[in-house]
Design a protein around this ligand. Structure first.
Ligand code: ZN
Length: 147
């Protein structure tokens, strides 16, 4: 059973690396932009978030890097879209808990992001998995302080 689950998780990561969701920047002034790098792996990620009335209306992402970081950016953009800012920040924190290998309470909200649970066994890859999430967290916080 564990191997089936691992297979499913690997599929999520490979699918999102090959066919990334919400890929490509809009450079629209309504979006908050953040650029993050993970020098230890060479991952380079740009994210854009559009927030309206406390709700994440849209997320765009673009960048270069390993399949963990690229797929995680895709999953992040899909998972967080449509949530309130408060819920999105809670889900982001849950993701950090998940990749540390700790118990999570919001499995449903994390959706496909649970595929990164196995990253906890590879400490060097945790930064790859969390890069896009740290970037969007900062973009959300910057967007919120502007309003
Ligand atoms: Zn990486």
């Amino acid at each position: 059973m564990a191997s089936k689950l691992e297979e499913l998780y690997r599929d999520v990561i490979m699918d999102n690396a090959k066919n990334p969701k919400n890929k490509g920047l809009l450079k629209d002034p309504k979006y908050q932009f953040v650029h993050f790098k993970n020098p230890s792996c060479g991952d380079d990620i740009n994210v854009e978030v559009q927030i309206e009335n406390g709700i994440i209306k849209d997320i765009r992402q673009d960048g270069t890097g390993c399949s963990i970081s690229m797929s995680s950016a895709s999953v992040m953009s899909d998972v967080l879209k449509g949530h309130t800012v408060k819920d999105a920040l809670a889900i982001i924190n849950e993701f950090y808990t998940l990749v540390k290998g700790e118990e999570i309470a919001m499995e449903d909200e994390l959706g496909e992001a649970v595929a990164y649970a196995g990253v906890s066994q590879f400490p060097a890859r945790i930064k790859c998995a969390t890069l896009a999430w740290k970037a969007i967290e900062q973009a959300i916080n910057e967007s919120e302080t502007k309003e």
